[in-house]
Design a protein around this ligand. Structure first.
Ligand SMILES: [Zn+2]
Length: 402
């Protein structure tokens, strides 16, 4: 018996040693499935065009906090600007605001999401803006305030917690933030929620003009991710006469698969008069009732008035950042044609809830919205992901954790 016990002890010791050996050099962040590790990796932008993968301790959760294991996060145009120029002066920080993941731990006060749905460990979530104590930002105040006045995870200055952005293994969602249970959406849909909310908002802004209707003839200028999603949103709401304008044939082809009826390649038309004629021809001899301007080009802004009929409407949403001044002729472009213009920027909380339904509808009518995600990179290749994004080769680039 004594001998036997010793033998067992020896075996246990040996196994333990082997286990230790196997794990040497591995980070805590890759703890076994289901376990919450002590530390988490985060891609920190430490200098222009330079991410470093850093390891931070996962902090104790407060009673109102939620720990989310990140599954994926899209790279946004805003991230590209931060990566190249740091216009917000935020370096060093953990970027990534188009993220989603699974709740692995919750503080004892957390019971419901921002729309009143139950929350539990294992639920898939996205976050939106951080309320703090601004009484103007509440869930159902449509268009009262866009996210411009609020903070967002992934664009926060670094602090003691560090896990403030979605380009990481884990993120700490603190009390006073918005969070939505989106367990009924697949990962790709969840990664697309944030950019899609931008278009839900833009179309809501467009609708305030009273000009956009079911049978409207619509022009969407610019077929990057924003313009393409715009087309899909219009299509899911029943608008069927959509002309896409862009300079890349591949993007125009995709625009058609997402719901555009016709496309116009501006490179094939010299001068704005010829371009306007091409748009008119593709709308069976009519100018557009409504136009969405989805590029960041001042010339494109100036041109788009020529595509719109007298009494028509325009939603300008391409200028997420200052892209410079555009020259228009107020007499010909605005007054004489009586064009109604609305601007749109980011989204409100209410738009988030609408976006979840949009993604289900888009899938339901067979729009290949998931194909917007053209590239996926693991966290450790985040620099490559950003460089691919800057090369404008793909559409939406996503960082995805295994
Ligand atoms: Zn974004």
């Amino acid at each position: 018996m004594v001998d036997n016990t010793q033998a067992v002890e020896e075996i246990v010791k040996k196994i333990l040693q082997e286990m230790k050996g196997n794990h040497s050099g591995e980070s805590n962040a890759v703890a076994r499935k289901g376990e919450i590790p002590k530390t988490a990796r985060a891609a920190m932008l430490t200098a222009l065009e330079k991410y470093e993968i850093k390891e931070f301790p996962i902090p104790e959760l407060g009673d109102d906090d939620i720990l989310v294991k990140v599954e994926g996060c899209g790279i946004c145009g805003t991230d590209a600007h931060e990566f190249k120029r740091d216009p917000f002066g935020l370096i060093p920080l953990v970027l990534g605001h188009e993220g989603t993941g699974e709740i692995v731990k919750m503080g004892k006060n957390v019971k419901k999401d921002s729309a009143g749905k139950d929350l539990k460990v294992g639920d898939k979530v996205v976050s939106c803006m951080i309320f703090k104590d601004n009484p103007d930002i509440t869930m159902f105040d449509l268009n009262k305030q866009n996210v411009g006045g609020a903070d967002v995870y992934g664009l926060l200055p670094d602090d003691d917690i560090h896990l403030n952005g979605w380009f990481a293994d884990y993120i700490v969602i603190r009390g006073g933030s918005t969070i939505f249970n989106v367990s009924d959406l697949d990962l790709d849909s969840r990664i697309l929620i944030e950019p899609c909310a931008v278009l839900i908002h833009a179309v809501e802004r467009a609708k305030t003009t009273g000009i956009l209707r079911f049978n409207s003839r619509v022009v969407v200028q610019g077929c990057g991710p924003i313009g393409l999603i715009c087309i899909a949103v219009l299509r899911t709401m029943g608008i069927e006469n959509i002309v896409a304008v862009d300079g890349e044939e591949k993007r125009l082809e995709f625009a058609k698969r997402l719901g555009a009826t016709k496309s116009v390649n501006f490179k094939e038309h010299k001068g704005v008069e010829a371009l306007a004629k091409a748009v008119e021809d593709s709308l069976d001899g009519h100018l557009a009732d409504f136009a969405f301007q989805c590029t960041g080009s001042p010339i494109a802004h100036a041109n788009i008035y020529k595509f719109i009929r007298n009494g028509g409407g325009l939603c300008e949403l391409g200028f997420f950042i200052n892209g410079g001044d555009a020259t228009i002729n107020p007499h010909f472009d605005l007054c004489a044609k009586e064009i109604t213009v609305v601007g749109s920027w980011v989204y409100t909380l209410r738009d988030y809830a609408t976006t979840f339904d949009f993604l289900k509808r888009a899938k339901g009518i067979g729009l290949p919205i998931h194909e917007l995600i053209t590239h996926k990179f693991p966290l450790e290749q985040i620099n490559e992901g950003h460089i691919t994004n800057l090369k404008m080769e793909g559409l939406k680039i996503a960082i995805v954790n295994p």
